[in-house]
Design a protein around this ligand. Structure first.
Ligand code: ADE
Length: 232
């Protein structure tokens, strides 16, 4: 079974509308729907916004269902200069930009969780390949970006914060759940990918663009996941 997790209703509703044999279930406060998507068994979970909900949802989904991979759907703020509203980002690795134990003097890097090898959680290679094929079939290549995603418990809408995140981690985009899901998937040894459509540019215009574009861009991310399920 494949687990698909989104933070907000707007980020999962077009996937839910395409599912068949749907059954609703709530465990640990996480609303889930099981069913088939393009004939494949899936569990679709609504986790809520932020890293705590995201980590909790992955634990619930992976302990209650026999999930072979986890896909995070949703929107994100563009960070890299080439990333525009309406583009798609497929994660190759994820980092928590707001995690910082570097001041301990113990040599931990920014984003690095003490005693883990690296600040970056790698995505599943087969998932990245399938997502790339799926994305290519639904949108032009110049709108597809494959690389790093940064996650934190903040909506980024200041150029200075954007610049700092860019200079420290060089991510393509920023969002609020992906790296927390990736961390729990790494613990559980389950392949993970985040597929995020760009709703805003994470700068002084973000609080106008996010509400204006969240619905249509969330649908782009969902369309790729729906297509991807036919490849996996
Ligand atoms: N998700 C979508 N846009 C975002 C932003 N600017 N910051 C954090 N998460 C986001």
């Amino acid at each position: 079974m494949i687990g698909i997790i989104g933070a907000m209703d707007v980020e999962i509703r077009s996937i839910l509308s395409r599912m068949e044999e749907v059954e609703a279930k709530t465990i640990g406060g996480i609303q889930m729907h099981t069913g088939k998507l393009g004939k494949k068994p899936v569990v679709l979970a609504l986790c809520g916004v932020g890293k705590v909900y995201a980590a909790h949802a992955v634990s619930i989904v992976t302990t209650h269902f026999n999930t072979t991979s986890i896909i995070n759907v949703g929107v994100a703020g563009g960070i890299a200069p080439e990333v525009e509203i309406g583009d798609i980002v497929l994660s190759t690795d994820l980092v928590q930009h707001d995690f910082d134990a570097s001041a301990t003097g113990s040599g931990w890097l920014k984003g690095q969780i003490p005693y883990l090898d690296s600040p970056f959680f790698k995505s599943g290679e087969a998932l990245v390949r399938a997502a790339k094929t799926a994305a290519k079939s639904v949108m032009p290549p110049e709108k597809i970006h494959i690389g790093r995603i940064a996650t934190g418990d903040q909506f980024i809408n200041k150029s200075e914060t954007k610049k700092e995140i860019w200079q420290t981690f060089t991510p393509l985009c920023v969002e609020m759940e992906g790296a927390a899901m990736a961390q729990i998937c790494a613990l559980a040894n389950i392949p993970f990918i985040a597929i995020r459509a760009i709703s805003d540019k994470a700068d002084g215009t973000a609080h106008h663009d996010f509400p204006a574009f969240v619905e249509e861009t969330a649908a782009i991310s969902s369309a790729i996941v729906i297509k991807m399920l036919s490849i996996l």
